[in-house]
Design a protein around this ligand. Structure first.
Ligand SMILES: *Cc1c(COP(=O)(O)O)cnc(C)c1O
Length: 353
């Protein structure tokens, strides 16, 4: 399909330091494409960033038929712009869409449109240490109807937002509350999809955890409240007695691209690693025996976020003395090094824009 481009004549000021609040500044242009049953996905276009006009009955507002993705563009020291495994984001967007009864996109075609958008917005990829351009593709149901049924029309948009370093002032281990009351997802639900409702339904647990001095929530399975699932928007890994363990994908956990990359790296390095069910009482037992060596969350935002403390039913697990573990550090340095073109990309994970 031919891409129509309308350039703005009101260019905005770009951030002048690394202190960029997350997700509040947007670039000059956005990508839009529409879906209609008889036409499929059509009219791909790049237009000035501007508000949308939607009917108040548009189905997105009523029953939450929507999916999203999150990835980043990185500026290298020699001024190139790199994407990290972006094909995996569009593959996952289609998996999320499938769960939400949204029609699939042509993954390669839309990645091509994203590349064109990034070429136009290249100057928005910040160059300060640790910064990047956050990319948010999303799909919304637009048909004006209160019927509880899939929409007949949709919009796909891609917006771009320069972001500062996740850890300003250096990487700092986080404190996490193991949630024992609220549930994020259950098998057969929407936990494996990046869809709006999974996040807003976690706000109460996050607020409760924050009141008690925690930075985030670790979710347990919704049925027994026993098996570890993931953190707010990160997958979770533990190093127990020399072995790395992460919860197996069960249908209720998001399949993180950072998670996949870390599993691939660890296997390559010959570090013992297993994906399996892991119970919170098993983790506590390992902690009591002094075998819980490291814990870290993984996701596009932080890449690796070391966990310094876990709080579960009034019990406190202090991990690695609140310090960054050596494996966490090595994984962080390797992945960020590849993303920023400072380390050799032996796996072909990056794509130059
Ligand atoms: C996006 C997300 C992740 C991390 O996925 P990445 O592809 O590594 O960024 C993990 N858990 C949840 C719930 C998420 O939304």
């Amino acid at each position: 399909m031919s891409l129509n481009i309308v350039e703005t004549d009101h260019k905005k000021a770009k951030p002048e330091s690394e202190a960029i609040p997350f997700g509040r500044t947007f670039t000059d242009h956005m990508f839009v494409m529409d879906y209609q049953v008889d036409k499929g996905w059509h009219e791909p276009r790049i237009v000035p960033y501007e508000p949308l006009t939607l009917d108040p009955a548009a189905m997105i507002f009523h029953y939450g038929q929507t999916v999203f993705e999150g990835l980043k563009a990185y500026r290298t020291d020699d001024n190139r712009v790199l994407l990290f495994r972006p094909e995996k984001n569009f593959e996952r967007l289609n998996q999320s869409s499938d769960r939400l009864s949204i029609p699939p996109i042509d993954e390669e075609e839309v990645l091509g449109y994203l590349t064109r958008l990034l070429e136009l917005e290249k100057d928005w990829v910040p160059s300060f240490e640790g910064t990047s351009l956050y990319i948010r593709p999303f799909i919304i149901a637009t048909e004006p109807s209160l019927a509880v049924a899939p929409s007949q029309t949709y919009k796909l948009l891609i917006i771009l937002s320069p972001v500062g370093p996740y850890f300003s002032g250096g990487m700092k281990p986080v404190i996490i509350n193991v949630e024992d009351k609220f549930t994020r997802a259950v098998k057969g639900g929407t936990g494996m999809a990046k869809t709006a409702g999974n996040y807003s339904s976690g706000y109460q647990a996050q607020a409760k955890a924050a009141e008690e001095g925690n930075n985030d929530v670790l979710w347990l399975d919704g049925v027994e409240k026993r098996y570890i699932e993931e953190v707010g928007s990160m997958n979770i890994f533990f190093k127990i007695d020399g072995e790395v363990v992460t919860p197996a994908l069960s249908g209720s956990i998001l399949q993180g691209i950072t998670r996949t990359s870390i599993l691939e790296l660890l296997r390559e390095w010959g570090v013992p690693v297993t994906e399996r069910r892991i119970a919170i009482d098993e983790l506590y037992h390992a902690y009591e025996e002094g075998k819980l060596e490291e814990a870290f969350g993984t996701g596009t935002a932080a890449v690796i976020s070391p966990v310094g403390e876990l709080n579960w039913l009034g019990k406190k697990m202090v991990i690695n003395n609140h310090e960054i573990g050596s494996l966490s550090k090595e994984l962080y340095d390797t992945i960020t090094g590849i993303q920023r073109g400072r380390k050799e990309d032996a796996y072909g994970w990056t794509i130059e824009v």
